[in-house]
Write a protein that binds this ligand. Structure first.
Ligand code: FPP
Length: 226
């Protein structure tokens, strides 16, 4: 596979199009989410293989809570099962797991499973894999502003849930939608965006490599003159 030399330190994904993928096949929407987990695994393995340090995934937004109860329940269950099932993949591949978002809204068993995996992988030194769960960019900025004011701090990035994590260099959104959907609003100030028509369940190594080639062709100036 043709992988460019210039790779992002942090690549992030808005995994869109699971429902449409399922509908196109006459299946229930949730089958798309299930298949989407295989794409997350494929992307994670590619990051390990290609030496990318941070990969993050918008797995569930604050707005997603207002989807039908059955779909929300399925997604939470899927998250829990997938995370538990990946324990040995994380350990074997030296992957550190982080879960960021409004954890207070997650169920007690899901929070317990997350705590266990985050704790077990905390000293792993390879890829940092981040799941954004019950997250929204506006929520993050609000909670950061409140804590910063309470402490009299000055640098908001130290209070965002992503404190200490480099801002994403590349954001990939699948399924042809071209918007940020209340994701990392602060952190994407200078992120490069790649939009692809591929639906998330079809987004595998080959599509990822293509997004990386597109990223490598961009001229990043961070508002300066070169
Ligand atoms: C968007 O597609 C996708 C989601 C809201 C859920 C994404 C979550 C996963 C793939 C599970 C991840 C699990 C782990 C453990 C990482 P959509 O339903 O909005 O699709 P549509 O726009 O076609 O309806």
């Amino acid at each position: 596979m043709n992988i460019p030399e210039k790779l992002p330190v942090h690549v992030t994904f808005i995994m869109d199009g699971n429902g449409r993928w399922a509908r196109e096949r006459g299946m229930e929407r949730v089958r798309g989410h299930l298949e989407g987990v295989s794409s997350v695994r494929a992307v994670m393995e590619a990051c390990v293989e290609w030496g990318i340090k941070y990969a993050s995934f918008y797995a569930f937004s604050e707005e997603n809570w207002s989807r039908p109860e059955q779909e929300v329940g399925y997604l939470m269950e899927l998250m829990m099962k997938s995370l538990k099932g990946e324990y040995s993949t994380f350990m074997d591949n030296d992957v550190r797991l982080l879960v960021l978002g409004n954890r207070a809204r997650l169920s007690r068993p899901l929070n317990a499973a997350i705590d266990y995996l985050v704790g077990a992988t905390k000293d792993n030194k390879g890829l940092t894999m981040i799941l954004f769960l019950s997250y929204s960019g506006q929520w993050d900025i609000s909670q950061a502003a409140l804590r910063m004011a309470a402490e009299g701090g000055k640098d908001i990035s130290k209070y965002l849930v992503t404190a200490g994590i480099p801002d994403p260099d590349l954001l990939v959104r699948t399924s042809g939608e071209k918007r940020i959907s209340n994701y990392m609003l602060w952190q994407t100030a200078y992120t490069e965006f790649v939009f692809t028509d591929t639906l998330w369940p079809d987004f595998r190594k080959e599509e990822f490599a293509a997004a990386l080639r597109e990223y490598a062709s961009r001229d990043r100036r961070f508002g300066k003159v070169k």
